[in-house]
Design a protein around this ligand. Sequence first.
Ligand code: DOR
Length: 310
Amino acid sequence: MTDLTCLFLGQPLANPLMNASGVCCRTTTELDTLASSAAAAMVTKSCTLEPRTGNPEPRYSSLPLGSINSMGLPNEGYQYYLDYAERFDHERKLLFLSISGLTLDDNVEMIAAIREAVNPALLEVNLSCPNVPGKPQTGYDFEAMDELLDEVNDAYKRPFGVKLPPYFDISHFDAAAEVLNRYPRLAFVTCINSVGNGLVIDPDTESVVIKPKDGFGGLGGAYVLPTALANVNAFYRRCPDKQIIGCGGVQSGTEAFLHLLAGASLVQIGTALYEEGPAVFDRVLGELTAIMASKGYTSIDAFRGKLKTL
Ligand code: DOR
C-alpha cells in the first residue's frame, strides 16, 4: 500500500534514494554495485578533465557522529565516466554525471564533450569541493558562480543541476538562490556538500586524524543533518521551479523522511553508504516505508515539502 515512487524532472523512479557523489562511485566496479542496489538513482564521482590520484592518505576518517574527508577529487578523468554513461542502461536507473573542473575552462571543455554524448547522464556541476588545496569553493563566490553558470548554460543546452556547499546565513541563501533562479535550465539543486574545513583532533594522540591540509576536511554524517535540512528547505522555498536533492546526515528512514518533508525530491546517502555498503538502501527504504505507514501516508507526495512551522 505504501508507494515510494517519485518523479524527477518528469522521469518516474521506484524510490527517492541514491548515493552521494564520492561514495562507491569512482570505478566501474563500484558503479556497477550501485546499479545493482535498491537505489533508484546514482551519481558518479565528481570528475576533472584529467585523472587525479587525489590527496595523500589518510584522507578519510570515520567518527562517532559521521566522517571527515579530504579526498582531493581522486577520479579517473571525465572520459571514463562519460564512457560509462554511454554504456549504461538508462531504463534501469537514473544516472547523474558529476563534474568538478579545476578551472572554468576545464568545466566548459568537459561540458562540450558531454553535450555531444548520445546517451547522456544528467549533468551535475559540483560548485563545492572543499578539499583541493588552493582552490576555493565556487559556491561561496557568487560572482564566480554566476559566471560559471552563464558558461554552462550557454555550452550545455539541456537541463542540468548544481551541487552546493552549505550556507549558514539567510542573506547567503537569498543571494545564492537569486543567482540560481537566473537560469531556467538549471533544473535541480543538490544540497549539501560536506561542511568544509572542519578539524577533528584525537585527544589521545594530540593529532589531527587526516593528513591533507593539516587535518582540515569536509564533515559528513549526523554532524551535518540540521545544516543539510536547513539548506534543502531554504532552496525549496526560494527556487520553486527547481527540484532539490537532499544530502547530509541520512542514516535511517527517519532522516530520509525529514529531507523529503523539508522539500527534497531525491535523498542521497554518503557516510552511511561508506560505512554499511549498498545494503543501506534496502534498510533505509524499509524504515521509510514503516514510518510512512505508521503516519498513514500512502505516497511521498502526501508529505513532501509539507514541513510545518510554528
Ligand atoms: O567532501 C567532499 N569530498 N566533497 C567534494 O565535492 C569532493 C570530495 C573530495 O574528493 O575531496
